[in-house]
Ligand binder design. Structure first.
Ligand code: HDE
Length: 690
């Protein structure tokens, strides 16, 4: 009876060990967590070959126990995230306003870790629902860690932290039925929103194409809350933080976002990973809006109210640096999952404002990390640890990794010369004079205008963006079963913009406009701000994007190459798609490798598509649903399409009509130009927008 199988006995029993042995050598020995070398990772210890497993098998018990504990609680919000390492480089000093070294030492590169996320879905949910995106950056500065825990839209749904659990409960899966996952299109969310006029401005952003981004590399980031900068004299300047993507903004169209969820649930995560892996490192400008207490007093709204933005036209953005993400995490769990952002992580020279949402956040994040990571020593996890020295007298606790030396773990003390002490250059809070108001659960009157900026946002959009917003509202509200909720929301829209309300009401087949609730403050018309557009912020470039070329046996290799060259020269990538993953045999007999198989690589994952097909292949694929859908979707998603003569049969089967975005494959330069933008003019011909 052999109780220690060797390779030969493995083979006899058909075990994995033999194949594994053949797979290559030079590996370090596999050990237990106690460092004990393991001789057999295939079989647990059994009393006899067909007998019971022994409790004595410490190798089995350790492995299974560790596995059973692999998951930690996922984040209650922003659970689904993707991250990367990189650096921040200051290009213009703010020395006039702050002592923070990260904002005053021009040319210095500060390491960063940046995590993007959706808000509502669980950790395993898809990447492309309609949702706000988190944009959290941890700067490992020489004066300690500074976290800007922001979003890709500059305002938030609520004015007071006390309402956050209600907001999140309403948008998450409904508690009795456990659905929908990662979607705001359901009764509880809109019920809550319909009773929260303060949410209206952010709802307008949420219904815009900002919440269905093409890529995490193509979103803006905002600190949202107002912060302060402090100079050496303690003088304060208010500041709002902005990230602007070098690739410009890009969104998907809604039907595409929905289909992406099925075609590639990891679309954004894969896109970020593959771009960085290929050395195509995403970059953002870092900009600030600076304003004094006096400037703030002149604004027509309260800068402490996180449901309000400050239009760039009123206080311009000053670009002071750039962030480049140039390294993927080595391990998703150790870094992306365990990273713990806290808005309370701030360095000397920066300070908080009295924004009541921010004040609540200062408590929440530290608290949530304690329950998520399970120990007050979470700051010792490599991704969370400062990269500058840190010393204090906090001690012990779960999973303590440090081994502090000496007798002194208290202060004041005199027994140990190297025990840490306070320092004059340490963090100081702004000496803000106290208000002379009264204590109470009070909402400032200056927070009462809930509609003017919602109107500003809607009226600042281009026609096509307004149509998308109306369509998004119709879609979301059509999923709401409770009629009274739908009506209440449309009532708010009347206050925002009566024409929008009418479009949405018509889109739902509502017989008449419901009454608008009386606004708490008069609704004013502000000067439209084109900077709030998305289409206006798209750049006519192809950099960072991906073009798919469909080929089959008999395709013209020269045509494929000239398209590839033109696309790559424009800074985009080409992926070859063929009916078989093994590739295609070109007309000249040469093989062309495929990056993806047609059925598994729908055109949805590309920014523009080309088809280079022989007459015979074209006729064959015109009867192949995957090929017809490939073209129909590209057309429906307003993408540029290039096709040669052989491919016309597929275009015909897909119902493609001639327009400036449909080009001959031979016109590579025309195709590249068309691919730089969506074919917006095509949209009204394809779908009826409200
Ligand atoms: Fe968060 N938020 N939040 N939030 N938030 C969390 O912290 C919270 C808010 C944001 O990639 C949690 O580590 C409260 C605004 C991002 O790890 C939690 C309030 C903005 C991330 C939390 C807000 C954000 C979070 C959950 C209202 C944009 C993901 C897990 C007072 C400025 C960070 C965690 C990452 C995560 C609380 C509102 C952005 C529960 C109480 C406004 C990007 O602490």
């Amino acid at each position: 009876m052999a109780d220690k199988p060797d390779a030969a006995s493995d083979q006899k029993r058909g075990n994995a060990g033999e194949l594994h042995q053949q797979a290559g050598g030079g590996h370090p020995p596999l050990t237990t967590n106690q460092g004990i070398p393991i001789s057999d990772n295939q079989n647990s210890l059994r009393a006899t070959p067909r007998g019971p497993t022994l409790l004595e098998d410490f190798i089995l018990r350790e492995k299974i126990t560790h596995f059973d504990h692999e998951r930690i609680p996922e984040r209650i919000v922003h659970a689904r995230g993707s991250a990367a390492h990189g650096f921040f480089e200051l290009t213009a000093s703010l020395a006039q306003y702050t002592t923070a070294k990260v904002l005053t030492e021009v040319g210095k590169k500060t390491p960063v870790f940046c995590r993007f996320s959706t808000v509502a879905g669980g950790a395993g949910s898809v990447d492309t629902p309609r949702d706000v995106r988190g944009f959290a950056v941890k700067f490992y500065t020489v004066e300690g860690n500074w976290d800007i825990v922001g979003n890709n839209i500059p305002v938030f749904f609520i004015q007071d932290a006390l309402k956050f659990p209600d907001l999140i409960h309403s948008v998450k899966m409904e508690p009795d039925r456990g659905f929908p996952q990662a979607a705001s299109a359901h009764d509880t969310f809109w019920d809550f929103i319909s009773l929260m006029p303060e949410s209206m401005h952010t709802v307008m952003w949420a219904m815009s194409d900002r919440t269905i981004p093409r890529s995490l590399r193509m979103i803006e980031g905002f600190g949202v809350n107002t912060f302060r900068l402090l100079d050496a004299e303690g003088k304060s300047t208010f500041v709002k933080f902005h990230w602007r993507p070098k690739l410009g903004l890009q969104s998907t169209v809604w039907d595409e976002a929905v289909k992406l969820a099925g075609a590639d649930p990891d679309f954004h995560r894969r896109d970020l990973y593959e771009a960085i892996d290929a050395g195509d490192c995403p970059e953002w400008e870092f900009a600030v809006q600076l304003f004094s207490e006096e400037d703030a007093a002149k604004l027509p709204f309260d800068h402490l109210d996180p449901t309000k933005l400050i239009p760039e036209e009123l206080i311009p953005l000053k670009v002071i640096g750039r962030m480049v993400l140039d390294r993927n995490p080595d391990n998703f769990f150790a870094e992306t999952e365990q990273v713990a952002f806290c808005p309370s992580n701030i360095v000397p020279g920066i300070d908080f404002s009295n924004d009541p949402l921010l004040q609540g956040r200062l408590f929440s994040y530290l608290d949530t990390q304690l329950s998520r990571l399970g120990s007050p020593n979470f700051h010792q996890i490599p991704v969370n640890a400062p990269k500058c020295p840190f010393h204090n007298l906090q001690r012990d606790g779960h999973m303590q990794m440090g081994v502090p030396k000496g007798r002194v773990n208290y202060e004041p003390s005199s027994l140990q010369a190297d025990s840490p002490r306070e320092t004059a250059s340490g963090f100081k809070s702004f000496a803000q004079p106290a208000d002379d108001g009264k204590k109470g659960r009070i909402r400032a009157e200056s927070f009462a205008d809930h509609y003017s900026q919602a109107r500003l946002f809607y009226r600042s959009q281009s026609d096509i963006e307004q149509a998308h917003m109306a369509a998004a509202l119709v879609f979301e509200l059509s999923k709401v079963q409770t009629e009274a909720v739908r009506e209440r929301v449309v009532g708010h829209l009347v206050n925002i913009d009566p024409a929008l309300a009418k479009r949405v009401a018509d889109g739902m087949g509502m017989a008449q406009l419901p009454p608008a609730p009386a606004p708490a403050a008069p609704v004013t018309d502000m000067q439209p701000s084109p900077a709030l557009q998305l289409i206006g912020k798209m750049k006519p470039i192809l950099n960072g994007r991906v073009v798919g070329i469909l080929v089959d046996d008999g395709s013209d290799g020269a045509a494929v190459e000239s398209l590839r060259k033109a696309v790559e020269q424009a800074g985009a990538k080409v992926k070859i798609v063929a009916p078989k993953v093994g590739g295609a045999k070109l007309a000249d007999g040469k093989p062309l490798a495929a990056d993806g198989q047609l059925a598994g690589t729908p055109s949805i994952v590309f920014d523009a598509v080309a088809l280079v097909l022989s007459d015979e292949a074209g006729k064959r694929l015109a009867k192949e649903a995957a090929a017809v859908d490939w073209v129909r979707d590209a057309f429906g998603h307003l993408k540029a399409i290039a096709a040669d003569a052989g491919a016309q049969a597929v275009l015909h089967a897909a119902g493609v009509q001639a327009d400036p975005g449909v080009l001959q494959a031979g016109n590579a330069s025309g195709f590249v130009e068309a691919a730089k933008t969506r074919q917006w003019a095509r949209e009204p011909k394809l779908r009826k927008l409200p």
